[in-house]
Design a protein around this ligand. Structure first.
Ligand code: ADP
Ligand code: MG
Length: 439
């Protein structure tokens, strides 16, 4: 172990510890240590690969924030697991969390790991066709569907495939939100040409979560010009969105009228068999034999979001591995009961727990008096969810949150209603929490 590395990691941990609930902190960060610090990359070791899976999925933002606060973005984190899972030998796992410049394709998002079912066979076929002949099959390819249904996976599978098969092509993955950040920066620094050049020189451009452009005219304009340029040059554009193009309005008219060769396909939630197959595949990739009754147990309860489906499995495998227990029905029920609700009643505590999972903070903070912007939003979200899911009176809710006035609760509900209409990202977070709560 390297002292500097471990001290750096300890600072990151201190930052995280203050912001998430103690139980989550202990479950997911325990036993980790910084082992090496080289060229601004801090290598962190975890006892268990499932901790890494979970942290990547749930604590990405807070880690990024921590790194930014402590080291001003210079530091990057790399994770590796100490123990290997299962009995088959396996190459050492090493995963990278990079600062979000959007350029990184994740290797695990490939066609081999993508399970095809009725819900996504058309999207899969289209993606494969595009990957095999970029710029020639469907251009642009527009993939849309609900949260956690595999849009990013499929898009990056195309990117990875092209990267492997057509070595000379430049593939670029980014999120629509990043484009905006870059554009603003380019305007401020008067470097619009550099910005344009960057995007116009790609052979395959992947833009994730384009719904972010909704209501942002100037940005849509810029992006349209990029598309247009690439399209005319025969370069491939792939877009994902959580809604069909016509709901991103201005963009749609132009997209459909301009890009005749384009294809719009949707991803639907998987059926039970596909969900089971996804779990089995995931377990296989972790070298674990998953009893089919356990796969069934999870798959029959998590229906509309594959990320959630995998999340349940990862949590189960983590607990099994950390406690040295066997993965069976009994353990599954034990570990997942609060996550899945298993028919149990929704309570204020369950709601808070899930808000905490999404936003960080502790229960004491949520119910306390402190008011930072982020904390206030998490608190307002909790109030809204308790009101809508449990139908408690305004006074009761105010009371629960440290004796606040009923007008504060009304304000919170209005605030959330407003954000639901104007802020897509917030809406997604809210939907995520609601899905968790209702299983
Ligand atoms: P989206 O971008 O639509 O919100 P993601 O592509 O991030 O969803 O998928 C969420 C998680 O579910 C990822 O870990 C992904 O690998 C997994 N996943 C989604 N669809 C499939 C599939 N058909 N087969 C295997 N894994 C999948
Ligand atoms: Mg996505």
């Amino acid at each position: 172990m390297n002292k500097e590395a471990n001290n750096t990691w300890k600072n990151v941990l201190d930052y995280v510890r203050e912001r998430i609930n103690p139980q989550s902190f202990n479950t997911w960060f325990s036993g980790s240590c910084g082992v090496e610090l080289k060229e601004d990359v801090l290598l962190v070791e975890f006892p268990n690969v499932f901790q890494i899976d979970w942290i990547e999925e749930h604590y990405y933002n807070i880690l990024e924030e921590a790194v930014h606060q402590l080291n001003g973005n210079k530091l990057r984190l790399a994770f590796k697991a100490l123990r290997q899972q299962g009995d088959r030998p396996k190459k050492k796992r090493k995963r990278l969390i990079l600062s979000r410049d959007g350029t990184k394709l994740q290797e695990r998002y490939n066609f081999e790991s993508f399970v095809v079912g009725k819900n996504n066979e058309f999207a899969h076929a289209a993606a494969l066709a595009v990957a095999e002949a970029p710029g020639q099959a469907y251009n642009p390819l527009f993939l849309y569907g609900g949260v956690g249904l595999g849009k990013t996976h499929l898009m990056q599978a195309i990117g990875n495939f092209v990267h492997r098969q057509h070595k000379k092509m430049s593939v670029y993955y980014t999120q629509a939100e990043n484009i905006m950040t870059e554009l603003i920066e380019a305007i401020q620094k008067n470097q619009q040409m550099t910005f344009k050049r960057k995007y116009r020189t790609k052979d395959v451009l992947l833009i994730d979560d384009i719904q972010f452009l909704y209501g942002k005219e100037r940005l849509q304009e810029e992006v349209f010009h990029i598309f247009n340029h690439l399209y005319l040059e025969g370069k491939q554009v792939i877009i994902t969105s959580d809604r069909p193009p016509k709901e991103i309005l201005t963009l749609e008219e132009r997209l459909t009228s301009r890009f005749q060769g384009g294809l719009v396909v949707d991803l639907q939630p998987p059926d039970l068999e596909t969900r089971i197959a996804i779990l089995q595949k995931k377990a296989e990739s972790e070298n674990i034999t998953l009893p089919s009754s356990v796969a069934y147990y999870i798959a029959s309860r998590v229906k509309s979001n594959i990320r959630e489906l995998e999340g349940c499995l990862i949590r189960l495998l983590a607990v099994a591995s950390l406690s040295g227990q066997e993965v069976n029905d009994h353990l599954a029920e034990e570990v997942l009961k609060d996550l899945l609700g298993s028919g149990s009643k929704i309570t204020k505590q369950i709601i808070l727990k899930n808000v905490i999972e999404e936003f960080g903070f502790s229960e004491a903070e949520l119910r306390g008096k402190k008011r930072t912007q982020k904390l206030a939003l998490a608190r307002q979200t909790s109030m809204f969810l308790i009101r809508t899911m449990l139908n408690l009176s305004l006074a009761e809710i105010g009371e629960f949150f440290g004796g606040k006035d009923h007008s504060t609760v009304i304000h919170a509900i209005d605030k959330v209603e407003g954000l639901k209409k104007t802020d897509i990202e917030y809406l997604q977070r809210l939907e995520r929490i609601t899905n968790w709560i209702s299983g």
